[in-house]
Design a protein around this ligand. Structure first.
Ligand code: AMP
Length: 615
């Protein structure tokens, strides 16, 4: 297997030669692993299986220490999280025997995908941090092929940690990025011009989101002339930073002017770290104040950080809704999506980072895990959803193909086998093959499977939505009203976006129903939705209050007529529970009688309902 490139050593003066040499090593590494993709995959699988030969899970299926693909595919089932849940619960409850992986599970990564309303728990092992660091180390050498000079300035990245919980067995459960930022791989990273950020690590590691955002913006503004690239993980996080600036710029300017830090920032380590950077700078304060108090915020990023060459944020998938806002704030700087990753495993990188967001494709890095692909059929035009089979029959199992055998233009569901103990695990992402880098395929991210509604990292499926709507609609019965039909859509026309439900009712006397009854219904739906949705509402404020729009009687008949006119079969027609197709949304919107919003935020606490939380 090709050697992973070494990240730059801790030399005090990273001269250009070292940077170039390191970049070349990384690019050669990418060439090698993609050229040899099938052989790398064979070795990855063999390594995973030989290391884990003794684990209960593989023994249960009778793998008997075999490490070849054929036997593996014959005996090991393709699974979802629900299949693994009993094993995962045993680990969470403190069973330390080798159930899934021969190496000790170091912690759980809490995915934004949910099961029974709670975040999924992905087991991980210490060495996975090295694999994540490896993927990160590939990004800037790739970028530097297209934009030189990035090693000469700083990155202003808004990065955050989230609260963590402990499982009953004592393992930490937290999001993958929180785990990474708290690890020595990030905190004690070598002196590398490509990971030179304006935010001191103390500001990133501060759990209080106000203090973290304020101090990161303060440091970013203070070092504005050094900044050559800006970003956050997802586009929504970057937009939140700009909105925070819109609200707090005068306080930030005061701090820049006086070289002090506002008293609301109470975390001593944050104060100390920021004070090492900040000096009184009235000229800069005047400049920032003048820019921020102009009527328009168009181009504010390039005005305040004039050397910025691009915005590094994920704008694929549901994040594409933020592209117009980012274009507005940046005067259309390039939007760069660098990587594709998840709590289960980091998958791949974008080798053509300056391409337009609609063309982004990710090259799978073959040594991150063992990858298989389950063919799926194309989207349903009306709902925009892809629903794959939940349990696979024998024929479907045989259709799974290896990394190098995927077909150009075909859609697949991603299935991974990881070093941390997931075997033939369905990630739930639908990808389309867009090309190849040597032998390694490149994929467009299409969507999450079975997700009806999503605004930020929330993923609400039809069943969840159905249960939530049913609970809420029960409240109407006492007013002699009932829900006849409903559908939903994610309204992203404003920031933050919000869920909209279209309700058609059968009502005896509509004057008997006060607006507060529908507002309560909105709130009940929100309370019934999963923990990631509620966290987005409460903590991140990345999702706005849910809205119910009551439509005129007969609207859903019109919807059916429309679907039939578009070629749906009358025998098979079912009301779509989620709509994305613009003409349908227009039709529904033209029939709205009244609309109501959730009056308050639903409840949310960190960790699973049954665990105690720790901060
Ligand atoms: P999580 O497990 O919460 O970290 O979320 C991982 C999921 O986020 C992936 O399975 C994808 O659905 C989504 N995701 C991650 N990276 C990207 C990307 N570059 N573009 C679109 N979606 C992404």
């Amino acid at each position: 297997m090709p050697e992973a490139p070494k990240i730059l050593s801790d030399s005090a003066d990273c001269i250009d030669g070292i940077v170039v040499e390191n970049n070349n090593k990384v690019l050669k590494f990418i060439e090698d692993v993609t050229a040899d993709a099938d052989e790398v995959q064979r070795r990855v699988l063999s390594q995973i299986l030989s290391r884990s030969a003794n684990v209960e899970y593989l023994q249960r299926y009778g793998l008997n220490g075999c490490t070849d693909r054929e036997t593996f595919k014959k005996v090991i089932p393709v699974v979802t999280y629900e299949d693994l849940k009993p094993d995962i619960e045993r680990i969470a409850n403190g069973d330390t025997s080798p159930i899934l992986c021969s190496q000790p599970i170091s912690e759980f990564l809490t995915s934004s995908g949910t099961s029974a309303g709670e975040r999924k728990l992905m087991p991980t092992i210490e060495e996975e941090l090295g694999r994540r660091s490896l993927l990160y180390s590939l990004l800037m050498p790739v970028m530097s092929q297209f934009l030189p000079g990035l090693d000469k300035g700083k990155g202003m990245y808004f990065l955050f940690v989230k609260s963590e919980a402990k499982t009953p067995g004592g393992l930490v459960a937290r999001p993958v990025l929180t785990s990474y930022y708290k690890s020595s791989h990030f905190k004690n990273r070598p002196n590398d011009p490509y990971t030179n950020y304006t935010s001191p690590k103390e500001t990133i590691l501060c759990l209080d989101s106000y203090q973290s955002m304020y101090s990161q913006l303060l440091c970013g503004l203070f070092q504005n002339e050094d900044v050559v690239r800006v970003g956050a993980v997802f586009a929504s996080g970057f937009i939140r930073a700009i909105q925070f600036l819109e609200k707090h710029w005068s306080l930030l300017c005061k701090d820049i002017r006086t070289g002090t830090i506002d008293s609301k920032i109470t975390d001593p380590s944050v104060r100390e770290a920021v004070m090492k950077i900040l000096k009184p700078n009235p000229k800069l304060a005047d400049f920032v104040e003048a820019e921020c108090s102009k009527g328009s915020w168009k181009g504010i990023i390039t005005r305040l950080w004039p050397e910025t060459k691009y915005i590094d944020v994920i704008v694929t998938g549901t994040m594409s809704q933020y592209i117009p806002a980012l274009d507005y704030y940046s005067n259309a700087l390039p939007l760069v999506c660098t990587m594709y990753a998840s709590s289960e495993c980091y998958f791949g990188i974008n080798l053509n980072p300056l391409c337009s967001p609609s063309e982004v494709s990710y090259t799978i890095i073959p040594n991150m895990a063992y990858f298989e692909f389950l063919p799926v059929t194309r989207k349903d035009e009306l709902t925009g959803s892809i629903s794959g089979p939940t349990a696979l029959n024998d024929k479907e199992k045989q259709q799974l193909v290896d990394l190098v055998h995927v077909k150009l233009g075909q859609d697949y569901e991603l299935v991974v086998t990881t070093y941390a103990g997931l075997y033939r695990y369905r990630v739930g992402d639908i990808l389309r093959v867009s090309g190849f880098k040597n032998k390694a395929p490149q994929f467009n991210f299409i969507c999450r499977k079975n997700v009806a509604l999503s605004i930020d990292s929330d993923k609400t499926d039809e069943v969840e939505l159905q249960n939530a709507v049913k609970t809420a609609a029960n409240q109407l019965l006492q007013y002699e009203a009932s829900l006849v039909e409903y559908t939903s859509y994610a309204d992203t026309s404003a920031i933050p976006g919000h869920y909209v439900l279209f309700w058609e009712l059968s009502v005896k006397d509509s004057t008997l129903i006060a607006p507060s009854v529908f507002e309560d219904c909105c709130f009940t739906v929100e309370e019934s939705l999963n923990s990631v949705y509620r966290q987005g509402r409460v903590c991140d404020k990345s999702i706005g209050p849910l809205e119910i729009r009551v439509v005129e009687n007969g609207t859903f008949d019109m919807l059916m007529d429309f679907a039939l006119s578009q070629g749906s079969s009358i025998n098979q027609y079912k009301t779509p529970r989620c709509v994305k197709y613009a003409p349908i949304i227009e039709l529904l919107s033209s029939r709205v009688i009244s609309s109501y919003f959730s009056p308050k935020c639903p409840r949310w606490t960190a960790g699973h309902k049954q665990w105690c939380t720790q901060n």
